[in-house]
Design a protein around this ligand. Structure first.
Ligand SMILES: [Fe+2]
Length: 335
C-alpha cells in the first residue's frame, strides 16, 4: 500500500513516536505476534506501516515475531504457504533484522487434523526455517543473538515451542497437532549455552513457559484457554528463575495483554496482531482503523522497559527488577 493509503494507521503514530523519542532508550525493538495473516484479510498493511515508524526511529534495531504467522486454516496448502510468504516478505522488506519464534499453528498440522486433511502437506521444521529463519544462523529453529548497546550487552533468546517429534503413524500422517513442546535437546542448549553469558537476557517463545497467572488461559467466556501447557515448560521455568541474568520473558499465543511478575521475573504477553477480538476480555478491533492491528515498540532503559502500543490496547511499563542494583530481595529482607 502507498503511504497515503496507510494513513488510517500512521496518522495515529506521531504521538507514540514522540513518546519513544522522549524515553530515549539505548535499546529499542518491535514485538509483533500472532499475525495469522490471510491473503484476503491481511496483516501486511500493519507491517508496512512500521516503515513510517522506522524512518522516524532509526534507533529501533530489529523486529521479533512471536509466531502463528499465516493462514493454516486454509484447506489449500499452497494458499497457506503463500500467506506465510507474504507476511514474511513484508517483514523482511523493513530492512531491519527479523527474528521469528515458531507458533503452534505454523506447521499446519493442528488444523489439518481438525479438518481431516492430509497432514503430509505440513510445513516441517526445515521448510519453516527456510520461510522465516533468514536471521537464524543455526540448523535448529531455536537460537540466540547478542546485541551491544550504550546501555550494556544483551542476549535475545528465541525458543522453538513446537520442538516436538515429527514422527508419522502407519498411514504416513503426523499425529501431533497443536502440541507445544521443548525437546530435551533444546532444554539442554537453553541451560548450558543460551543462559551461559554475562549479558542481560530476554527470552522469547510463542507460548508462555507457564500459563500460571496468565490472564486468558482460563475463565471462559472472558478469557479463553487456547490449548495445553508447554511440555518441558516447568524445566525452563526452573532455570529462568535461577538465572538472574534473565530480565523478562515474552510470549504470544494467548492473544491477550499480560504483565505478570513471577517473583522478580516479568512475563509479558501481547495481543494478536490480526484483526480479531479474540474474546470479550480483549479490546475491540475495527477494520480500517488503528485498532485493526496491535504491536509494541519495546524500549529498554536501565531497570525499566516501556512497551509503546501501536494499535488496539494500551502502553505498558515493566519494572526489570533483576536489573536493579539494589536488588529486589533487599526490599523485603532487611539486615
Ligand atoms: Fe495465535
Amino acid at each position: 500500500m502507498t503511504a497515503e493509503e496507510l494513513r488510517y494507521l500512521t496518522d495515529h503514530y506521531d504521538e507514540k513516536i514522540a513518546q519513544i523519542k522522549k524515553i530515549g532508550a539505548p535499546l529499542n525493538f518491535i514485538f509483533i505476534t500472532d499475525q495469522h495473516n490471510e491473503l484476503a484479510n491481511s496483516v501486511v498493511p500493519a507491517v508496512e506501516s512500521m516503515r513510517y515508524i522506522l524512518e522516524r526511529c532509526p534507533e529501533i534495531r530489529f523486529l521479533v515475531s512471536g509466531g502463528d504467522i499465516g493462514n493454516d486454516y486454509h484447506a489449500d496448502p499452497a494458499e497457506m504457504r503463500a500467506s506465510y510468504r507474504r507476511i514474511m516478505d513484508a517483514m523482511y522488506a523493513l530492512n531491519i533484522p527479523v527474528h521469528c519464534c515458531i507458533g503452534n499453528h505454523d506447521d499446519g498440522i493442528g488444523n489439518m487434523i481438525d479438518h481431516h486433511l492430509d497432514t503430509r502437506n505440513a510445513i516441517l521444521p526445515d521448510e519453516m526455517r527456510a520461510i522465516c529463519g533468514k536471521y537464524n544462523p543455526t540448523d535448529n529453529n531455536y537460537y540466540y543473538t547478542d546485541i551491544d548497546t550504550d546501555g550494556g550487552g544483551y542476549r535475545f533468546v528465541f525458543l522453538d515451542c513446537t520442538d516436538k517429534p515429527y514422527l508419522t503413524d502407519k498411514n504416513g500422517q503426523y499425529p501431533f497437532g497443536w502440541r507445544l513442546e521443548i525437546s530435551n535437546e533444546q532444554a539442554e542448549w537453553f541451560e548450558n549455552d543460551a543462559l551461559n553469558t554475562d549479558r542481560s537476557i530476554f527470552v522469547f517463545g510463542h507460548s508462555p513457559l507457564s500459563n500460571a497467572g496468565i490472564w486468558g488461559t482460563e475463565g471462559k467466556p472472558d478469557g479463553i484457554k487456547p490449548y495445553d501447557d508447554l511440555l518441558g515448560g516447568p524445566r525452563l521455568t526452573f532455570h529462568v528463575r535461577q538465572c538472574k541474568k534473565v530480565l523478562a520473558l515474552f510470549a504470544g499465543h494467548v492473544h491477550y495483554d499480560n504483565v505478570r511478575y513471577d517473583g522478580d521475573l516479568p512475563q509479558i504477553t501481547t495481543l494478536c496482531a490480526m484483526l480479531q477480538q479474540w474474546a470479550p476480555g480483549c479490546p475491540e478491533r475495527t477494520a480500517g482503523t488503528v485498532t485493526e492491528t496491535a504491536f509494541d515498540v519495546v524500549s529498554v532503559k536501565g531497570d525499566t522497559m516501556y512497551l509503546t502500543r501501536f494499535g488496539a490496547g494500551a502502553d505498558r511499563r515493566v519494572d526489570l527488577l533483576r536489573a536493579r542494583p539494589s536488588n529486589y530481595n533487599r526490599i523485603y529482607y532487611k539486615g
